[in-house]
Design a binder for this molecule. Structure first.
Ligand code: PLP
Length: 364
């Protein structure tokens, strides 16, 4: 067994799919068509079928996906969008980028997902949308949020950037809201070989807007009725993603088996609670421990890499000091930021490696 267990090892995955990937990339090189071509068309259809949703629009990244989704819904200056403070910064940045204000809420201390009661308290006349994150690949309390958004006349945007293939009541995460956004950053469960992202929607009018926005706001060549973006999912990435999509369910199953092994071997350690009717794709496997920093250092000396998702909640980030939040505003997220630790998790992680990791944690 390796003395060093990296947090994520993409070499192993590539080794397992090399012929298919190489052929897919060669196909694009043969055609010499790199932007908005047939690979993207096919991937968008394949991913829409996979999700069981009407439209998927490929864009340059998950962050761009969130920005374009907000723009397509007409959200901008003077508007408020409610999201959670424990997420990757991109969720909030997208809201700021369109000129709106991110309004942050705390998380449930057991699921680490959005606290719906706090969302209710933060709704004002300016609120236009709720933007939950399916954190770590497990479902946000999506039924309650759908109901709340409907009752208050708000848009619901799902940040499904970590949630490819996970479900709630047998329905894929990212198919509950008005729009949802996926990232295909290389480390995600479905990862490109570069930056890529997509937006999914049941609403063909929104899809049409997104198709325009991602391509300079163009109606026909060199005619622009909207100030748009350059944000396309390129052909090489689409070819890679189409090849990998065929493996996604199999990979998510392996991640679930690894999670099961972790859970069995670490019976006394607190872990994320998954909603009873939901499934996780285990994008991350996160444990909670009071002496987190010491455990992380201990594992490091034993060759095991771990990460923290996330060490600073968004409301305490330096870039958001103007929003006026202070320490103590979001006690659950603040506490978890000091205690959460993400263990190595990828489909190719071996059972002996998981056993070694858990043995080290137990010994610690
Ligand atoms: C990865 C991620 C993003 C951003 O995706 P990029 O493709 O890196 O721009 C946004 N939100 C969440 C929750 C993510 O995990």
């Amino acid at each position: 067994m390796n003395k060093h267990i990296p947090f994520l090892d993409l070499h192993r995955q590539y080794a397992s799919i090399k012929p298919g990937i190489d052929k897919a990339i060669q196909g694009v090189l043969k055609r010499q068509m790199f932007i908005l071509g047939e690979e993207l068309d096919k991937f968008e259809k394949d991913y829409a079928d996979y999700l069981n949703i009407r439209s998927v629009v490929g864009v340059n990244s998950g962050t761009d996906g969130l920005i374009l989704a907000l723009r397509a819904l007409g959200i901008g200056k003077g508007d408020e969008v409610i999201t959670q403070t424990n997420s990757f910064i991109a969720t909030a940045i997208a809201i700021s980028e369109v000129g709106a204000t991110p309004v942050l809420v705390d998380i449930d201390p057991n699921t680490y997902e959005m606290d719906v009661d706090m969302v209710k308290k933060k709704i004002t006349k300016k609120t236009k949308a709720i933007l939950p994150v399916h954190l770590y690949g497990a479902p946000a309390p999506i039924e309650d949020l759908v109901e709340l958004a409907k009752a208050k006349g708000l848009f619901l945007i799902e940040d499904a950037c970590q949630a490819h293939g996970a479900t709630y009541k047998n329905k894929k995460l990212g198919t509950f809201g008005d729009v949802s956004v996926y990232s295909f950053y290389p480390g995600k469960n479905l990862g490109a070989y570069g930056d890529a992202g997509a937006i999914a929607t049941q609403d063909s009018k929104i899809a049409d807007k997104l198709i325009k926005l991602r391509n300079y706001g163009m109606t026909k060549k060199y005619y622009h009725d909207t100030i748009g973006y350059n944000s396309r999912l390129d052909e090489i990435q689409a070819a890679v993603l189409r090849t990998k999509l065929k493996k996604l369910d199999q990979w998510n199953k392996k991640r679930n088996a690894i999670a099961k092994q972790y859970i069995t071997l670490l019976p006394h350690i607190k872990k994320q609670t998954i909603l009873p009717d939901g499934t996780s794709n285990y994008h991350l496997f996160v444990i909670e421990i009071p002496t987190r920093d010491k455990l992380q250092a201990y594992l490091k000396t034993h060759g095991i890499d771990t990460l923290i998702h996330y060490p600073v909640p968004i409301h305490l980030q330096a870039c958001y000091k103007d929003l006026g939040y202070k320490k103590g505003d979001m006690p659950h997220a603040e506490k978890s930021s000091e205690r959460l630790l993400s263990l190595p998790m990828y489909p190719e992680l071996r059972a002996v490696e998981v056993a070694y990791i858990t043995e080290c944690i137990t010994r610690y």
